[in-house]
Design a protein around this ligand. Structure first.
Ligand SMILES: NC(=O)c1ccc[n+]([C@@H]2O[C@H](COP(=O)([O-])OP(=O)(O)OC[C@H]3O[C@@H](n4cnc5c(N)ncnc54)[C@H](O)[C@@H]3O)[C@@H](O)[C@H]2O)c1
Ligand SMILES: [Zn+2]
Length: 485
């Protein structure tokens, strides 16, 4: 996969009713087979049209999308090439980032062996927090600033890769305030115009796809919600996707990171189409990384979903199943290519307070000393409720994904698309021993107002939901997610 940047001209918004049977990715974005229904009522028709001004095209909604993807290299044992890559880049002083648990495990050892063998001078930072916070980001940033590094290597899951992206960004922009680049409305959401140092990401979980994306997520402790930095400028230079690392993952880490892939695929495929997103940027640098569903992201989302359907259960249940775990490792990157440009919506938007407000829940198989709702678990628990809610906007897509996940949809009726996908998801989660809803991870009805309050600032993703939501809608979605089975 080479570095790709593709601009596509889009069509205007169609107002057709979805036609059952109008399948096929190619047709979906044309006038004839458009599967999207746009509501004509005043509430919906202007919800996404808070345009700051007209773009050069004269339209308030966007007319283009851009695909930005890291270079990736896949292969069993490919980690051993990292030292040569750094040598080829001319790196003299490298920062190696990881978390404490992984620093004792073979993936980090393999990277260090390659650095030593190729004579690369490096310093290790192994203090990455699993599910990072603004404070843990800032500690890593301080380390990066002091080290004056000319390249970075991140070995780990999303927590490590995201921390490393932030360290690279702020060390390259040393006079910026931390909130400058953080997504609005929590931060200023400034575009990144400084050049960053090369970053090589070596993912060890099969979930976030962070090796392909320009996104770094952290928990903003002051508000107890997750937010992030999203800019194409922070995406890794190279992702080294080595399936051998997946053999070390405990089964709950495989399951939860796999649910992240599942939700990345489902949410990006059902997100608001890019040509319905507002405002249309007046300069391409302000076109967001998350742009809405688009024909290129669709390909990756559907492909990733097929792999999840085929391999996730095997990968969770059999630590030695290299075929299943390798495929999930690729699926994570595939979904990353899709959602990294299309975005995610309600499962992710609602997950940020679910993980941010954690009380005492300790996730099995996560070797950490603090309460934690793993990211993948926090997104998937609301998925049955979310897709029941969104189905009416693109029932075709909801039925198609249910079918990929194993549902028999031959006699399905359009109005049942949401419940069918929700039931399919519940069965999938039950089969994989997932906790029975938000109640099982420590939440009750009394927490719903706080969960809703924590979702409201997540506009970057919630506005990409195909269906606008009121606070009452969000409350109902949390309530419906208290118990799954
Ligand atoms: N940047 C993005 O695009 C993006 C997308 C989704 C999620 N995220 C963020 O990523 C974070 C979650 O990342 P994650 O799910 O990859 O997990 P993680 O990085 O939080 O790691 C989870 C646990 O698994 C352990 N682990 C990781 N790989 C292992 C291996 N091969 N063998 C044994 N143990 C291993 C880690 O040490 C840790 O204890 C969250 O903060 C989430 O918000 C980022
Ligand atoms: Zn995610």
């Amino acid at each position: 996969m080479g570095m790709s940047t593709l601009q596509a001209a889009g069509e205007g918004v169609t107002q057709r009713e979805p036609a059952r049977g109008a399948q096929g990715l190619a047709g979906r974005w044309g006038w004839e087979e458009e599967g999207w229904k746009q509501c004509q009522c005043p509430t919906h028709s202007h919800t996404y049209s808070q345009a700051l001004g007209l773009a050069p095209s004269g339209k308030t909604t966007d007319y283009a999308f851009e695909m930005a993807v890291s270079n990736i290299r896949y292969g069993a044992g490919v980690t051993k090439e990292v030292g040569m890559d750094l040598q080829n880049m001319g790196a003299k002083n490298v920062c190696l980032m990881t978390d404490k648990n992984l620093s004792q495990l073979p993936p980090v050892q393999m990277v260090m062996d390659s650095l030593v063998k190729n004579g690369i001078n490096f310093k290790m930072y192994d203090n990455v927090r699993v599910e990072p916070t603004d404070r843990s980001f800032m500690e890593a940033i301080e380390f990066a600033k002091k080290g004056v590094f000319d390249a970075y290597v991140a070995v780990g899951g999303g927590s490590t890769m995201d921390t490393c992206k932030a360290a690279n960004l702020y060390a390259s922009s040393p006079h910026s305030d931390f909130l400058d680049y953080v997504n609005a409305p929590i931060g200023m959401g400034k575009p990144v115009s400084v050049p960053l140092k090369p970053l090589i990401a070596v993912p060890t979980t099969s979930g976030t796809g962070s090796e392909t994306t320009g996104v770094a997520i952290f928990d903003y402790e002051h508000l107890k919600v997750k937010t992030g930095i999203a800019s194409r400028a922070i995406k890794p230079t190279l992702g080294l996707i080595d399936p051998l690392h997946t053999l070390h993952m405990p089964d709950r880490v495989v399951a939860n990171s796999g649910f992240d892939v599942l939700c990345h695929a489902l949410e990006s495929y059902t997100a608001l189409p890019y040509h319905m997103r507002s405002p249309c940027p007046s300069n391409p640098i302000t076109r967001p990384a998350y742009q809405g569903s688009n024909p290129v992201s669709d390909i990756w989302a559907v492909h990733a979903l097929r792999i999840v359907a085929k391999y996730l259960k095997r990968a969770v249940r059999n630590p030695d199943d290299l075929e299943a775990r390798s495929n999930m490792h690729l699926a994570s990157a595939f979904a990353g290519i899709g959602f990294g440009n299309a975005g995610v919506h309600l499962c992710h938007g609602m997950s940020y307070p679910i993980s941010g407000l954690v009380k005492t829940y300790k996730a099995k198989d996560y070797n950490v000393d603090h309460p934690l709702v793993p990211h993948g678990l926090s997104v998937v628990l609301t998925s049955p409720a979310v897709f029941t809610f969104t189905a009416q906007m693109s029932p075709e897509r909801h039925l198609e994904t249910a079918e990929i996940l194993g549902a028999d949809t031959r006699t399905a009726r359009i109005p049942d698309a949401g419940p069918i996908l929700a039931d399919t998801l519940r069965k999938f989660l039950f089969d994989l021993d997932v906790d029975d809803g938000l109640a099982a991870i420590g939440y009750s009805k009394a927490d719903i107002p706080a969960l809703v309050k924590g979702t409201l600032p997540q506009e970057r993703v919630t506005k990409l939901a195909p269906r606008p939501q009121s606070e009452e809608d969000l409350s109902a979605l949390f309530e419906a997610s208290m118990k799954l089975y």
